[in-house]
Write a protein that binds this ligand. Sequence first.
Ligand code: PBG
Length: 337
Amino acid sequence: MSLPPAPFPAARARRLRRTDWMRDLTRETVLSTEDLIWPLFVRDGEGIEEPVASMPGVMRRSVDKVVEAANEAANLGIPVIALFPYTDPANKTPDAAEATNPDNLVNRATRAIKAAVPDIGILLDVALDPYNSDGHDGIVRDGVVLNDETLMVLEQQALVQAEAGADILGPSDMMDGRIGVIRRALESNDFADVAIMSYSAKFASAFYGPFRDAVGAAGALKGDKKTYQIDAANGDEALRMVARDLDEGADMVMVKPGMPYLDICRRVKDSFHVPTFAYQVSGEYAMIEAAAQNGWIDREKVMTEALLSFKRAGCDGILTYHAFEVAQRLQRGMDFL
Ligand code: PBG
């Protein structure tokens, strides 16, 4: 702050709040379609759009339907979609072998979208939880999530995803050293242009509950993820993780969950000045939808106010399940505030 505001009545804050046009003129942050990344859940089959019970309005789509959704998103100007596979329990094993299958669901979906909708970016999670019969992001032995063994699998997973056409890889597993391993693998396999958006500040959070339903990992998960995800009480540690991931070759970083961690978004942006994203996660989405269904909040207004908070906190973009609907409303020239 350079100068304190002039004393009343020289300064009257309400002068600038008087009319719509004055508020428009002096607004500090804007939300636009270019800020949005839309996460989509993919499942096997054809012609299927299956609702996720804990995320009203969110579907698991078969590949053909994901291609349709990607096309509609591209037409609205959404720059990137993030794909998450709902893996058949029969394909989940302790070694998470399906993660490195070049023809697994998410890789098939990526190829299909790249062929039909070449102009939309595709972000893929690098982590083993959709494929691991233990539900963990890493390989588990004797109840311990193994770091270095997991890195070798993540490296192969990253390579098959890059080969399938992923533009951005999002390591979300929180193993130590993964960004360096993945960056080196990409560099030495002709994928130098594949970007890494690291889930650097990823907290051990109960807000992921509905997502684990959506990808079918909820029942499988044994224990919790506290030995690899960040303790919810730690802000400095999150900054250290961001510094480390940038040093190892991340191009962009993410804070996750979103709204309960806006302080982290602001600190990351102010400390590193790099492209910073927030993931408004499944539990945040579910809370808004549930309260709206009860008639307790105004759904549209809360949805956009929540997204604006990320912009105000310094984020360059937001992963949000509301992306499609918000983009539709923006296209209609809808005024949010
Ligand atoms: C898995 C992953 C999770 C999410 C994205 N990737 C869940 C977890 O770590 O348990 C959560 C997304 C959401 O809740 O919307 N590595």
